[in-house]
Design a protein around this ligand. Structure first.
Ligand code: GLU
Length: 281
C-alpha cells in the first residue's frame, strides 16, 4: 500500500515548487491505487494564518488534487509531540539549552576547511549546554538531543532508501555524518511543542506514510530525521527528493515569491495543465 502526503506550512501562498511536490505525491499515490494525504504543518503558531490554510485548499482543488480522509493539522497534536519528547528523554540524551544564536556563533570553533559551519538544523551546535539534566529544564529553554551519547558504530546505525534522481540509492546514517554535519538538533523551542524535524517524523509515522516526496533542499535533513526515527523505534518511509523549481535567475522559489504563487497563475488565466507543464509534468 502506497501512502504519500503533501505537508505545506500555512505561512504564505503556495508557489510552483509546492505545486510540483503536491502533484508528484498525488500522482504517485493515484498511479499505485494508494492514498494521498494532506497535512497542514502549522507548528509555528506565530506564523500560521487561517487565510493561507484556506488558500492551500483552494489552490490544490483548482490543480485537481483531491486528498483522502481528513486533513491532519499539527496544532491538534501538540500533546502527542510532548509525550514523545518525554519518552525520548528517558534515553538520557535530551538536555535543556539556553544558548541564543549569538552565543552559538561565538562558541563555535574557528572554521576549518571542508567542515561545514551549518547543517540542516542551523549552525552546528558546539555542545555548550550538554551536561545539563533534562529534569533541570526551565521555562524559556530549548530542548536538544545529545548525539554524542547515542551514535554508535556502523552496525548500530540506520540507513534510508532514496528514490529521487539526485541521490538515488541507500544512504547510511553514520556517526561521523551526524556529529560533523548536523550537530545536536533542537527537538522543541520555547513556546513550541516540537521542532520541525521532530514533529515531521512523528506525523509521518502516525499517518503511516510510506513515501515522503519533497524538495531536494530537505535531503540533508533526512539523515537527522532518520536517526531520530531510529531512536524512537519508528519504521522509515522511502524518501524521494525532487529537483527544486527555480526562478528565471536560477534561485530557488520561496514563500515570499508571490509572483510565482499558484493563485497568481490562476488569476492570470492559466489552466492546471499549464501549471503542470511549467514544472515539467
Ligand atoms: N512543512 C514542511 C515544509 O513545508 C514539510 C517538509 C517535509 O515534507 O518534510 O517544508
Amino acid at each position: 500500500m502506497v501512502i504519500t502526503r503533501f505537508a505545506p506550512s500555512p505561512t504564505g501562498p503556495l508557489h510552483l515548487g509546492h505545486a510540483y511536490s503536491a502533484l508528484l505525491a498525488h500522482d504517485m499515490a493515484r498511479a499505485a491505487g494508494g492514498t494521498f494525504l494532506l497535512r497542514i504543518d502549522d507548528l509555528d503558531q506565530s506564523r500560521a494564518r487561517a487565510e493561507w490554510e484556506d488558500l492551500i485548499y483552494e489552490d490544490l482543488s483548482w490543480l485537481g488534487i483531491g486528498w483522502d480522509g481528513p486533513v491532519r493539522r499539527q496544532s491538534d497534536h501538540f500533546d502527542g509531540y510532548r509525550a514523545a519528547l518525554e519518552s525520548l528523554a528517558t534515553h538520557g540524551a535530551v538536555y535543556p539549552c539556553r544558548c541564543s544564536r549569538a552565543d552559538i556563533a561565538a562558541a563555535a570553533s574557528a572554521p576549518q576547511e571542508g567542515v561545514p559551519d551549518f547543517g540542516p538544523d542551523g549552525r552546528i551546535y558546539p555542545g555548550t549546554c550538554r551536561g545539563r539534566a533534562f529534569s533541570d529544564r526551565q521555562p524559556g529553554d530549548a530542548l536538544r538531543y545529545d548525539l554524542s551519547r547515542t551514535v554508535g558504530p556502523p552496525s548500530r546505525m540506520p540507513a534510508f532508501t532514496e528514490t529521487g534522481p539526485l541521490h538515488e540509492g541507500e544512504h547510511d546514517v553514520t556517526a561521523e555524518h551526524l556529529l560533523t554535519r548536523v550537530g545536536d538538533p533542537v527537538l522543541a523551542r520555547p513556546g513550541m511543542a516540537a521542532s520541525y524535524h521532530f514533529s515531521v517524523i512523528l506525523d509521518d509515522a502516525e499517518q503511516g506514510v510510506t513515501h515522503v516526496i519533497r524538495g531536494e533542499d530537505l535531503f540533508e535533513a533526512t539523515f537527522l530525521q532518520r536517526f531520530l526515527q531510529w531512536e524512537l523505534g519508528l519504521s522509515p518511509p522511502i524518501y524521494h527528493h525532487h529537483r527544486l523549481i527555480r526562478d528565471t535567475f536560477g534561485k530557488r522559489l520561496a514563500k515570499r515569491d508571490d509572483a510565482r504563487a499558484i493563485r497568481k497563475y490562476r488569476e492570470d488565466g492559466a489552466s492546471p495543465q499549464d501549471v503542470r507543464a511549467m514544472v515539467g509534468l
